[in-house]
Design a protein around this ligand. Structure first.
Ligand SMILES: [Zn+2]
Length: 384
């Protein structure tokens, strides 16, 4: 039986009374059919509404052959009259974003001849897929023009033209349409066939903000936020910028320069430290004494894999077999084993097997880590 769809009569209806016609257990809960509903079912790129039916939660809403199916977390008695309430902040946000998407798609279509070939309202943002590439300047211009439509607070018109009227109408549509076609018009900006929920005036969108774009299937995918979600995102970004700005003692708009300077300083210090370390390694290597089997094993504090590699490579010519350098703490040591005369991969493998390690490399150098104490490592090396 076809459900009476209150959201088509009044998209702002948040609560309603209805009778339970059926209720059956399904995967993830119960499926409830009402005689009438204000819950918008998933369709046209817009997710289904959430909310409550009395004290039962509606988790999602779908439509099948004109019947609206409410997925709930508990059953309701058949025949009961219930009060439905939709999650209004969520629905209004979707209405803002759905209408904002129409305007931006309409503007980009009109100015740059691109067609919207995909639309998804995600939990993080809305994405729209356009069939041709756009430059950054074109997207920024499109965003600016779309927001002009918001400032003008234009009426969003819903019409159901006849088949003859449709033939003469220039409108956007993502697929071949059959039966009654619902046309959403934003005067001067967009005419599009759509079954979703939209705000009644463009001013309610508040803001249309492009937050990113990427090449996608020969065209471009634009990520978008509107209204309440755009405001929340602005708040989060501002918080991040303010925090970083205070950490760097730089004005918010100067933080990228400040970070560039920091990275440059870090790189200079890194070079300086590497040079100092190399001198120190040189001195240590001069006094290094391999054991009777030509192996030298040493422990250093605070060495990264790059330092381990440099020191072991410097020690290798002193050893007829190999040089091993370890850095870390008991239970987790990183290592590098180098040789100028032998392939050390087999040596590394047997060390990993004995000391609970992992790693590998090339003939003259292997690197990795072992889960062992300093004593256990020393004991193993004595036996080599
Ligand atoms: Zn729409």
């Amino acid at each position: 039986m076809e459900t009476q769809k209150l959201y088509e009569e009044d998209v702002y209806k948040r609560t309603f009374r209805a009778q339970v016609l059926s209720c059956k257990p399904v995967k993830g809960g119960w499926q409830i059919v009402l005689d009438r509903t204000a819950f918008y079912p998933e369709g046209g790129g817009q997710p289904g509404d959430c909310g409550v039916l009395d004290r039962v939660n509606v988790l999602d809403t779908h439509e099948k052959e004109g019947t609206v199916l409410h997925l709930t977390d508990a059953p309701l008695p058949i025949g009961k009259r219930v009060t439905g309430g939709i999650n209004w902040p969520l629905r209004r946000s979707r209405m803002q974003e759905h209408t904002g998407e129409h305007i931006l798609s309409g503007v980009l279509h009109r100015f740059f001849g691109v067609n919207n070939v995909g639309f998804h309202m995600g939990s993080a943002c809305v994405t729209l897929d356009l069939d041709k590439p756009l430059t950054a300047d074109q997207i920024v211009l499109g965003e600016r023009l779309a927001n002009e439509a918001v400032y003008q607070d234009l009426p969003v018109q819903i019409t159901y033209p006849t088949a003859a009227e449709l033939k003469t109408l220039d409108y956007r549509s993502k697929k071949e349409l059959t039966g009654q076609v619902r046309i959403v018009t934003i005067p001067g900006y967009d005419v599009c066939a759509c079954c979703g929920t939209h705000v009644s005036h463009t001013g309610e969108i508040g803001l249309i903000k492009v937050i990113g774009w990427t090449h996608y299937k020969g065209g471009v995918r634009i990520s978008l936020l509107c209204g309440s979600r755009a405001l929340r995102d602005y708040g989060e970004c501002l918080h991040t910028i303010t925090t970083v700005s205070s950490m760097l003692s730089a004005k918010p708009k100067a933080i990228s320069d400040a970070v560039s300077r920091l990275l440059e300083e870090k790189e200079n210090l890194q070079h300086q430290m590497t040079a100092e370390q190399n001198s120190l390694f040189q001195v240590k290597a001069e006094t290094a004494k391999p054991n009777q089997n030509g192996i030298f094993c040493t422990f250093e504090t605070g060495l990264e894999p790059d330092g381990l590699r440099r020191f072991s490579t410097l020690l290798a010519p002193k050893c007829s077999k190999c040089a091993a350098v370890f850095s870390g703490t008991d239970g987790k040591y990183q290592y590098a084993v180098a040789s100028v005369r032998e392939d050390v991969r087999a040596f590394g493998k047997s060390m990993n097997a004995a000391l609970n390690g992992r790693g590998g490399g090339k003939s003259g150098l292997v690197q990795g880590s072992v889960q062992a104490s300093q004593q256990e490592i020393k004991d193993w090396f004595v036996k080599q």
